[in-house]
Design a protein around this ligand. Structure first.
Ligand SMILES: *Cc1c(COP(=O)(O)O)cnc(C)c1O
Length: 360
């Protein structure tokens, strides 16, 4: 067996131990004679799986009791609609546009009410996070929305916006569980799990209880009403059972690794190896303002399209895959999520050094 170093932005690398355990349990989950894919979501066995997953996530993120945890389908993109449908009581929300995912959420919200752009970094190809310490926030906003880590552009908020008391809603798809988080600073935290947690098909929504109500926009589908899902503990209909099971295994792995403090330490260490090299390299350079660099997604360029393509091709041949940048920005991007070992980043940098020498 030979596994590559997978720098995909998502679906992305998962811990090998987790995959191995899932493989071992594939045909017969803990003596029940069937796979988790084949069992009823109403069974005691699955009930334990989803309850344990929630318990471990609560422990990892230190989620207070007055927040609900929902395991849903539809991806992060479906929450672009669910957020305004559930929260737009005054039909007015503020969006900070720091990339394509934030922009898509902003555009989606415009279909349900007045969405206003509070700040944007579009003027410099989303290569930085705007100053959000003193935004002009209207009194009647239902919430302030951010995309906390911008997967495509490789920026991350190092400090949350000053929302002046308004509910903060954050899409954390690509930084979920990468560092400790103070859940109480948010009204809603959500993310697709296929970046840093598990397989595609699950989106986790962590929402403060007072924001989960029957008072949703008229026409909100039953399935998109958080209250429907919260009242039934994510079992209103068939949940993405297998995906939740794998997420649960990743939560256990994270706990075993030492929790989110330890993940943060590792992630800082890993990202530093790559950023330090980019800062000294004559061939490669990072595209993001230093203060705003993501620990998870690291975009870089040579400044020459043909050279970029040559690098991606040779890297792939050497076992470093999915380094091509997003189609809208070009260049390269290394996504170095929790499950990417330090050794993977070290070897990538060694390969980049060698490539630089050969192409000087
Ligand atoms: C990948 C991604 C999305 C889209 O996720 P889907 O689950 O494919 O809808 C949304 N937001 C961010 C920040 C992402 O990285």
């Amino acid at each position: 067996m030979s596994r590559v170093y997978n720098f995909s932005a998502g679906p992305a690398v998962l811990p090998e131990e987790v995959l191995q355990e899932a493989a071992d349990e594939m045909l017969d989950y803990r003596g029940c004679g069937m796979s988790v894919m084949e069992m009823s979501h109403r069974s005691k066995v699955f009930d334990d799986i989803i309850k344990d997953a929630e318990k471990d996530l609560r422990e990892l993120m230190n989620i207070p009791d007055n927040y609900k945890v929902l395991f849903l389908q539809g991806g992060a993109s479906q929450q672009f609609a669910a957020v305004p449908m559930n929260l737009m009581k005054n039909k007015k929300a503020g969006y900070i546009v720091t990339g394509q995912w934030a922009k898509k959420a902003y555009q989606e919200a415009q279909m349900y009410g007045e969405a206003i752009e509070l700040a944007s970094s579009a003027d410099q190809t989303f290569s930085y996070i705007p100053d959000c310490s003193d935004l002009d926030i209207p009194d009647d906003l239902d919430y302030v929305y951010i995309c906390e880590n911008n997967t495509i552009y490789g920026t991350k908020y190092k400090k949350l916006p000053n929302t002046k008391g308004k509910t903060l809603v954050a899409d954390v798809s690509s930084c979920f569980l990468s560092e400790p988080v103070d859940v109480t600073k948010y009204g809603v935290i959500y993310g697709g799990v296929q970046k840093n947690i598990g397989p595609a098909g699950v989106v986790i929504v962590i929402a403060r209880e007072d924001l989960i109500t029957d008072d949703v926009l008229p026409g909100t589908p039953t399935m998109l009403k958080w209250k429907t899902q919260a009242d039934k503990d994510s079992l209103y209909n068939t949940p993405p059972c297998y995906g939740i099971y794998i997420c649960g295994k990743v939560f256990e792995w994270l706990k075993k690794m030492g929790g989110l403090e330890e993940m943060q330490r590792r992630n800082i260490e890993k990202a530093k190896i790559l950023y330090d090299f980019l800062d000294e390299s004559k061939l490669f350079k990072g595209t993001v303002r230093k203060e705003d660099r993501s620990l998870m997604n690291v975009p870089f360029v040579t400044g020459d399209k043909d050279m970029d393509a040559k690098f991606v091709k040779e890297a792939t041949e050497a076992g470093f895959v999915n380094l091509k940048g997003h189609r809208t920005v070009g260049g390269m991007r290394a996504s170095i999520y929790n499950a990417m070992p330090k050794e993977g980043v070290e070897k990538l940098v060694a390969f980049m050094k060698k490539f630089e020498k050969e192409n000087a």
